[in-house]
Design a protein around this ligand. Sequence first.
Ligand SMILES: N[C@@H](CCC(=O)N[C@@H](CS)C(=O)NCC(=O)O)C(=O)O
Length: 200
Amino acid sequence: MKLYYSPGSCAMAPHIAATESGVKLDLVKVDLRAHKTENGDDFYAINPRGYVPLLELDDGTRLTEANVLVQYIADENPDGGLMPKDRLGRTKMQSALAFVATELHKGFGPLWDPSAPAETKAAAKTKLGKRFDEINGTLANQQYIAGNEFSAVDAYAFPVINWANFHQIDLKQWPNIAAYMQRVSARPKVQEALKAEGLM
Ligand SMILES: N[C@@H](CCC(=O)N[C@@H](CS)C(=O)NCC(=O)O)C(=O)O
């Protein structure tokens, strides 16, 4: 399987899901400004949306959407334990993944957009802060977002929450999140993904 990624982006979600599941990926780096792969290919020809992550299966099938890719990798490799097996557990995990996708991942959108007005950015930070309040509360009683075990939602939440560091959002305001980020980043398989992306 081939993962088109950019270092530190949301593509780290399927990357971590893979390392945590013991899956070896072929990584293809994409320059998201030029929308060119490291091989010089036009990335728009691979994904017309221009987005990473894109997972290419060995038969050439191309899959997108970070929250779905982590589920695909987890489901293909059930021994990794990243997705619950029972229906209610899976539904809860999907709910948590959708929350990360729509509230956190897209919540950062205006902060990455150079054309967004200052008021829009400030409003985005306020809203993200409310979401962080909620996660901080959850993490008061458990080690990871869905319980005491690392799971699919952590693979996605970790790189997205980390973007706070690029936008002057001090995670120390949410001590349980700050501790969680340390805990996740210390995991050997997360370190493996960070190193592979050239971030260590
Ligand atoms: N809906 C997509 C969005 C992916 C996305 O936002 N990717 C960003 C990096 S984190 C990107 O590739 N941006 C490049 C661009 O906007 O051209 C998903 O959830 O996977």
